[in-house]
Design a protein around this ligand. Structure first.
Ligand code: ACO
Ligand code: OAA
Ligand code: MG
Length: 277
C-alpha cells in the first residue's frame, strides 16, 4: 500500500527500502515490487532512491541488478564503513549500466554512514566516487554501535553529524541527516530538524508522510528572510555594475559570502515557498 501511495505526498524524493525494514523471507518479493514501481508511469517524474542490502549479503547484488535496470535515480548504500565499500558498489553499478544499455554514470549514489568506523572514514568515503550525490547519517545503527541511545538533545550524535557535514562539504556533495523514528512526536521532530538545519544539513530522511510538510516548512525561509535576501542580491548586483565588491546595506557589510548565503535563501524560497509561522 505504501509503495502505491507514496507519490501523492510531494516529498522531494521517494526512497524504497530493501534493507532493514524488509524481513528476510520477503526480500525477493520486495525487490520485485520495487523493480515494477520504478517503471510505473506514476513514478517517472519523482526522484527515486532505493536502499539496497549490503553487497556482502545474499541480496545486495540482486538488488542492484534490479534497481539499476529498473531505472532508479539514486542507490543508497547502507552501513558504509570504508571508501572501498563505495568503490565496490560503483564497479557493480558501472557493469550493470553497461549490460543493460543505461547511460554510463547516470545512476547516482548516496552512502549512509552508520558506524564509528564509517565516521572515522567519512572524508575518504565522501571522495570515493564521482557518482556520490551525498552522504548521510544512519543514527539508529550508529548509536547501537556506540552503545548508547538517542536523546532529545542529540548530544551523542553531534560528533558524527559534524564529521559527515565536514566530509560532504570538503567533497562538494550533499549531507543528509537521519530519520526521526517517533512519527507521532511533532515537537521532538521539529526540535531535531531545527538543530540539523542550523548545523548545515541539506535535508533529512523521513519515515512518515506527516513529517514532509513539517520539514519543508522549516527549511522554507520566512517572508522577512526572503525579502532581506532579495535586497542583498539587488544591492550586490547594483554594486557589481559599478565595479564594487563590497557594499553597505543599512550599515551592514555585504560581500561575497553574504551574497552567496542570500542566494541560498532565495533558492530555498523557490523550492519550499515561504514559511508558515
Ligand atoms: C532505522 C531505519 O532503518 S528507518 C528506515 C526504514 N523504515 C521505514 O522506512 C519505516 C517507514 N514508516 C513506517 O513504517 C510507518 O510510518 C511507521 C511505522 C513509522 C508509523 O506507522 P503508522 O503509525 O501505522 O503510520 P500512520 O498511521 O501515520 O500512516 C498513515 C498513512 O500514511 C501511510 N504511510 C505511513 N508511512 C509511510 C511511508 N513511509 N511511505 C508511504 N506511506 C506511508 C500509511 O500507509 C497510511 O496510509 P493510509 O491512511 O492510506 O492507510
Ligand atoms: O539511515 C537512516 O536514517 C535509517 C537507518 O538505517 C538508521 O538510522 O540506522
Ligand atoms: Mg540502519
Amino acid at each position: 500500500a505504501m509503495v502505491s501511495n507514496a507519490f501523492i505526498y510531494h516529498a522531494d524524493a521517494l526512497m524504497f527500502d530493501l534493507e532493514d525494514s524488509v524481513i528476510l523471507r520477503e526480500k525477493d518479493a520486495a525487490r520485485r515490487l520495487v523493480f515494477h514501481a520504478l517503471q510505473h508511469p506514476l513514478y517517472q517524474n519523482v526522484e527515486t532512491i532505493v536502499r539496497v542490502n549490503a553487497l556482502d549479503s545474499d541480496y545486495g547484488v540482486a538488488d542492484l541488478e534490479a534497481v539499476v535496470r529498473g531505472g532508479v535515480d539514486i542507490v543508497r548504500l547502507p552501513k558504509t564503513d570504508t571508501a572501498q565499500d563505495v568503490i565496490d558498489i560503483e564497479n557493480h553499478i558501472a557493469r550493470i549500466e553497461a549490460e543493460c544499455g543505461r547511460e554510463p554514470g547516470s545512476t547516482g549514489l548516496l552512502a549512509a554512514i552508520e558506524s564509528p568506523q564509517g565516521i572515522t572514514q567519512a572524508v575518504a568515503i565522501a571522495h570515493a566516487s564521482p557518482r556520490l550525490i551525498g552522504i548521510a547519517l544512519g543514527a539508529e545503527d550508529y548509536v547501537r554501535n556506540l552503545r548508547t541511545e538517542r536523546s532529545p538533545e542529540g548530544t551523542e550524535l553531534l560528533f558524527a553529524r559534524c564529521a559527515i557535514l565536514q566530509a560532504a562539504r570538503a567533497a562538494g556533495i550533499q549531507a543528509f541527516d537521519t530519520v526521526y523514528s517517533d512519527a507521532n512526536n511533532e515537537a521532538g521532530f521539529l526540535r531535531e530538524a531545527a538543530h540539523i538545519k542550523q548545523l548545515g544539513f541539506d535535508g533529512k530522511s523521513l519515515i512518515n508522510p506527516r513529517q514532509i510538510e513539517l520539514l519543508h516548512n522549516l527549511y522554507a525561509p520566512t517572508r522577512q528572510e526572503a525579502d532581506h535576501a532579495q535586497r542583498v542580491v539587488d544591492a550586490a548586483e547594483a554594486a557589481a555594475r559599478e565595479g564594487l565588491g563590497v557594499v553597505s546595506l543599512n550599515g551592514k557589510m555585504v560581500d561575497s559570502p553574504v551574497i552567496e548565503r542570500a542566494r541560498l535563501v532565495l533558492s530555498r524560497a523557490a523550492l519550499s515557498g515561504i514559511r508558515e509561522e
